[in-house]
Design a protein around this ligand. Structure first.
Ligand SMILES: [Zn+2]
Length: 585
């Protein structure tokens, strides 16, 4: 590609909304254009790089006999009601209904269509194992960060499903998929940590999440420096210290004027916050039979702990969750600021698993300026669900070694869920085993967001002057720069021939044939970050040489004219070899 024909514009100025270095250079070099918060257009250069990630993912999955499918992303309410898999929650689903039509949703996953897909094809154990995948654009909810391409709401998502007849064979597929994802990250030279997760509610679910650690990451992780334990804060558990057991005292109402917060209350009664129960009201959107309904949830945690909203959302299978308004709190019979689970008959109450082991707590009395003393779970109130719904904090004890945990941030780039038979049992996805018996199929699933990989590589590979792409992801492999001369057209003629020759050798070349100054051309080359720059200039040409510069190295080298093609191939092969070696380690 000639730069004189390239659809691109590099910028001299720093875009005001580029916060991270990688994103700053992606915008300045013209790879992407931000049109609104977390909405990006991928220009031709970035599209070429994204295509390379896509090819890599397809190559790696095809090695595992993966087969590509294309499943609709649009769902009608009828399909959702009929096909919705209760054990699976589509948190990124978008309501795209309009006033004249039926309710429609844009899904972020093929899960809703999966039972249909499987039931109509898989009948026998001879048809297992199978690995299916698709790569499609997806819209994501809740991307609040403004970190550029890493927080884009529009992603190209690889989604994959693996089917198997028994747990041991399915677990092997799961492990091969982890290896495959790790290979993709290595080929992209993106440092990614594989972190295991394990949820208990609303169904047991475990697997692996893949994080690119970054100070501005949108996911908080907890790290134990002593044993290396690393976990997503949304699902992380810490050791909870139960209160000392003691006999239940009789319930007593006390006057507690102006004590709307736990701190006020604890100070007023001169007790530690751990002797109080905190009521937090959240309004949850739940999908039942294809219809959205809202429910006010009363979550009870000990006063010294905080509610973890994502844990609560998962426990009640909520699509979306937000703090309740005072009106909503009153609608279930509670008094804001003095709310109590005691005597609330029809409320949906969820309590943290530490509450039943915390006797004689102080809780609201559902009456302004009054609290109850000696509230006890079981005797004074009951919950619909008891679960771990509290947030783990810096300094809490590591569940593996009891040492204090510290916080780190990262971006989630992919996830693999361990195989189970929950979905197939629920939807009747069965196969006939060797003895003719019908058995549920083991199903595991995974996803990978390609823009997040691209954004991560840009964050990881840059210096003061611009981006530094690995050979595997660069939009072009060679940046050929010609410095025109006033005295002779020799540099231009030589560079034109070299451009043709490199292309004949199937090397991807970006040829800077513009009438710009050397300064502009070199600045743009550094900004674009193509791994090998070849410069053709009058002076070196007169000595029978051109100049080679590897983007991430300081030193330049001269190469004699007859060696240019072999030396280019040798350099690019060397870069490929380095990546290939990281795969076999
Ligand atoms: Zn530890």
């Amino acid at each position: 590609m000639r730069m004189s024909l390239l659809f691109n514009q590099t910028l001299r100025e720093l875009p005001a909304d580029a916060i991270t270095p990688g994103n700053h250079f992606l915008l300045r070099a013209g790879y992407v254009r931000q049109v609104a918060t977390n909405f990006f257009i991928l220009n031709p250069l970035a599209t070429r790089s994204l295509q390379k990630i896509k090819n890599m993912v397809q190559q790696e999955l095809n090695r595992l006999n993966g087969q590509e499918v294309n499943i609709p992303s649009l769902l009608s309410a009828e399909i959702l009601a009929k096909r919705s898999v209760h054990s699976f929650l589509d948190v990124d689903m978008q309501d795209v209904s309009d006033s004249s039509s039926h309710q429609m949703y844009l899904t972020s996953t093929a899960h809703h269509y999966l039972p249909d897909l499987i039931q109509h094809t898989i009948r026998s154990h001879r048809q297992l194992p199978r690995l299916l995948y698709q790569i499609q654009p997806r819209m994501l909810n809740g991307r609040q960060n403004r970190t550029g391409l890493l927080s884009t709401r529009s992603v190209t998502r690889l989604e994959t499903f693996f089917l198997d007849k028994d747990l041991s064979s399915a677990t092997q597929q799961y492990q091969r998929l982890i290896q495959t994802f790790e290979n993709v990250f290595k080929r992209c030279t993106l440092p990614v940590l594989t972190v295991e997760f394990d949820y208990q509610q609303p169904k047991p679910e475990s697997g692996s999440e893949f994080f690119f650690l970054h100070p501005q990451g949108d996911i908080e992780l907890l790290h134990c420096q002593s044993c290396g334990y690393l976990v997503n804060k949304a699902s992380g558990r810490a050791v909870k210290q139960p209160s000392e057991p003691e006999p239940f005292e009789s319930l007593a109402k006390v006057h507690t004027p102006n004590t709307k917060t736990i701190e006020d209350l604890a100070n007023f009664l001169d007790i530690p916050a751990s002797r109080t129960a905190k009521a937090v009201f959240m309004t949850a959107t739940i999908i039942e039979n294809g219809e959205k309904t809202e429910k006010v949830v009363m979550a009870i945690v000990r006063g010294d702990m905080d509610l973890n909203e994502s844990k609560l959302a998962r426990v009640i299978n909520a699509w979306y969750i937000r703090p309740s308004s005072d009106l909503e709190i009153q609608s279930i019979g509670a008094v804001p600021g003095f709310a109590s689970p005691v005597g609330l008959i029809n409320a949906l109450i969820i309590v943290d698993d530490l509450i039943p082991n915390s006797p004689n707590l102080v809780a609201g009395a559902n009456e302004t300026d009054y609290h109850f003393k000696y509230v006890n779970y079981g005797r004074d109130f009951q919950a619909k669900i008891i679960a771990d719904i509290t947030t783990v904090k810096t300094g809490d004890a590591c569940p593996q070694c009891n040492q204090p945990l510290t916080e780190q941030s990262g971006f989630l780039v992919g996830k693999i869920t361990s195989p189970d038979t929950l979905m197939s049992s629920e939807t009747g996805c069965n196969f006939q085993d060797e003895s003719g018996e019908l058995k549920p199929i083991f199903i595991g699933s995974a996803w990978l967001d390609l823009e997040r990989i691209l954004g991560g590589v840009a964050e990881h590979g840059n210096d003061d002057y611009g981006l530094i792409w690995p050979n595997s992801l660069t939009p072009y492999q060679v940046h050929l720069v010609v410095l025109p001369s006033k005295n002779t057209d020799q540099p231009q003629v030589f560079a034109e021939n070299l451009y043709q020759e490199l292309q004949r050798a199937r090397i991807e070349v970006l040829f800077d044939d513009r009438k710009e100054s050397p300064g502009v051309k070199f600045n743009d080359a550094d900004l674009l970050g193509i791994p090998l720059r070849i410069t053709v200039a009058e002076r070196s040409l007169a000595q029978g040489q051109v100049e080679f510069k590897i983007r991430h190295e300081k030193e330049k080298q001269t190469v004699s004219l007859e060696d240019v093609l072999p030396q280019t191939m040798h350099t690019l092969l060397g870069m490929e070899r380095e990546i290939a070696q990281s795969l076999v380690k």
